[in-house]
Design a protein around this ligand. Structure first.
Ligand code: F6R
Length: 599
């Protein structure tokens, strides 16, 4: 999704802006641009494509100054091209604006501003902002922005400069924005990594807050102009943590990091046979749990449902956040709503949090990014602590989400006065070490990928806790290798997808030991009988299963509750390996964004 970086201070802004944009690349974008203020003039350069294309465009240009703003755009209104890229200028070129989010009433504003004499150059919703600010400008950019925002409906993280003012003005509603506090210099950005090379001190802006930054100073107000005191946060993670550390891709690095990320998710939460979570909920009062999430996080939610239902007998519903938010769901004060989101910024998940809160349910977050909007809007939750996830395809966040949902289920069980299975806690605590041993050795998925890199379709089948793992395996493959893949509950296959099975349709079975192991073996026979090629994820040598399998991906034997985490690992490797063999960049799949901050 779009990224923003702004700088004001004694240094040359250009390299700072470019570096900041590069740190935001992982959010996904299709064009980039920047504006440097030099004396009383604004110089804007924009380019479709990668930041390296923008850099080439800038080569040889002299753009001195001390104030600059920059943006990576992921198209929502208007195709990705130079004109639609940000920054956008008002009519006389005095005001430059970068914007994340969507201005919902842009059409009406555009009509009105056009009648007022403004000439629009782009097809974007964002361009109404510089024109609107320009319309109200009377020598004070902050006042003009406050005035303009009174007319704006929708979401924005907006950063603006004026050619005659030595300051940057920023505001947020619905799209993340932070300030970076340096020595005699200040930054505004959509995300912490953009400033981390320069400062570890950040201020998180909340919705409906406006910041004015000058070199070394900042002031924050609400939309009425009343001052707000904000705390400075010291960022604990390092820039090194968001670099590739010698791995070919972030995704590969993040797959390898899972022992560590799981360790961090579990750290301090299993103690003396008890689960320690700091949740603002009354476990005895919960009559129903509703899990809301998108994509991979939704898959973790499906597994979480099975954990909670089997360990607590509390009924659980799992909803796509995008559906939940619009269908006027029945939500009661006795419901616990669990929003799962790696980024903590997914627009639909955030909206579902607000929907549930408006209906007086207790809402908790299962979130990775500390300080993200969802984490701030919920009263309490479980941080994943799995570090920044840069690869667009979620890997380590998924396994940590599953671990966190198991912790949640165990916690609810314990707090409702039911005994915990000490063996399960022990196995859970030992899981990071087991994952470490496994990932150190595991080559099966890479080798099998070489044989299947030219396949056009895949079917992933699993049952019970591993049905969502089949969905996740299929999602991973399709999003980074562009091969069509479907995940299905294995027994559902014969109600339709079985018609697709032939020699050209490889079928991946997740067939690790479970209460319904024998059933899945029957499903394998059904595929084999139709000449399907079978790849099996298997946790011990079962001669009858091996005989039915063309290829086997071996995984270690673990308790069934932990099998979704272990089984996800080779499926991530398999998807990665196929994308890499096809010469694709798995870190930046086409059309996808890491942080989906628009609906
Ligand atoms: C797939 C993937 C997406 C995200 C989804 C939700 O690999 O990463 O499906 O899971 O966009 O994102 P978060 O978890 O940030 O809310």
């Amino acid at each position: 999704m779009c990224g923003i970086i702004g700088y004001i201070g004694p240094r040359d802004p250009l390299p700072i802006l470019i570096d900041g944009l590069k740190k935001l690349e992982y959010r996904g974008y299709d064009s980039a641009g920047l504006c440097v203020k030099n004396g009383g003039a604004l110089h804007v350069v924009k380019k479709r494509g990668a930041i390296s294309d923008l850099e080439s465009e800038l080569r040889g240009r002299d753009m001195p100054g001390h104030v600059g703003i920059a943006h990576t755009r992921w198209a929502t209104h208007g195709e990705p091209n130079e004109t639609n890229a940000h920054p956008h200028l008002n009519g006389d070129g005095a005001i430059a604006v970068v914007h994340n989010g969507i201005i919902e009433n842009y059409y009406a504003l555009r009509e009105w501003l056009t009648r007022e004499g403004c000439v629009f150059r782009s097809q974007t919703d964002s361009e109404v902002l510089p024109h609107l600010i320009g319309h109200f400008y009377e020598g004070d950019l902050e006042r003009a922005l406050l005035h303009a925002l009174q007319f704006v409906e929708g979401a924005f993280g907006v950063v603006a400069v004026h050619k005659d003012e030595n300051r940057i003005v920023a505001a947020r509603r619905g799209s993340p924005l932070i300030l970076g506090v340096g020595e005699d210099e200040m930054f505004a950005a959509s995300d912490v990594p953009a400033v981390l090379d320069n400062t570890r001190k950040v201020v998180y802006l909340h919705d409906n807050e406006v910041a004015v930054i000058t070199a070394g100073r900042y002031a924050i107000t609400n939309l009425e102009g009343a001052p707000i005191d904000k705390q400075i946060h010291e960022i604990q993670w390092t820039v090194d943590q968001i670099e590739k550390k010698g791995f070919k891709h972030f995704m590969l690095k993040e797959i390898a990091e899972q022992p560590e990320s799981l360790r961090n998710t579990l750290r301090g939460r299993i103690k003396a046979g008890r689960i320690k979570l700091n949740l603002d909920v009354d476990p005895l009062a919960i009559e129903r749990v509703i899990i809301t999430a998108c994509g991979t996080s939704w898959h973790a939610g499906l597994i979480g449902k099975q954990f909670i239902e089997s360990l607590t007998r509390i009924p659980v519903e799992v909803d796509y956040a995008s559906e939940f938010r619009y269908r006027d769901p029945i939500v009661r004060p006795t419901d616990l709503v669990v929003a799962i989101s790696q980024s903590g910024e997914t627009a639909d998940t955030l909206a579902s949090v607000r929907e549930a809160q408006s209906k007086n349910a207790k809402v908790i977050g299962v979130v990775n990014v500390v300080g993200s909007t969802i984490s701030r809007e919920v009263a309490s939750g479980i941080y994943l602590h799995c570090g920044p996830e840069i690869g667009v395809a979620s890997t380590k966040a998924f396994t940590s989400q599953v671990a966190a949902m198991l912790l949640l289920a165990l916690f609810l069980r314990q707090e409702r006065g039911l005994a915990l299975d000490a063996g399960l806690l022990e196995s859970l605590a030992a899981l990071p070490a087991l994952a470490e041993d496994y990932l150190g050795e595991a080559r099966d998925a890479f080798e099998i990928a070489e044989r299947f890199q030219f396949a056009h379709n895949f079917l992933y089948l699993g049952r019970g806790l591993n049905y969502p793992v089949a969905l996740e395996g299929a999602l991973k493959l399709k999003e980074i290798s562009y091969i069509h893949a479907e995940g299905y509950p294995a027994a559902e296959m014969k109600h339709g997808p079985i018609a697709l099975i032939d020699h050209d349709m490889p079928v991946i079975f997740i067939a690790t030991r479970s209460q319904i192991f024998d059933k899945i073996v029957s499903n394998m026979q059904e595929v084999k009988a139709r000449k399907g090629r079978v790849i099996t994820v298997l946790d011990e040598d079962e001669p009858n299963v091996t005989a039915l399998s063309d290829y086997v991906i071996h995984v270690p034997r673990v308790r069934e509750e932990l099998s979704p985490i272990v089984n996800a690992l080779p499926l991530q490797q398999f998807a990665y390996a196929i994308a890499d063999l096809k010469g694709l960049n798995p870190d930046k799949p086409r059309n996808l964004a890491k942080s989906v901050t628009v609906e």
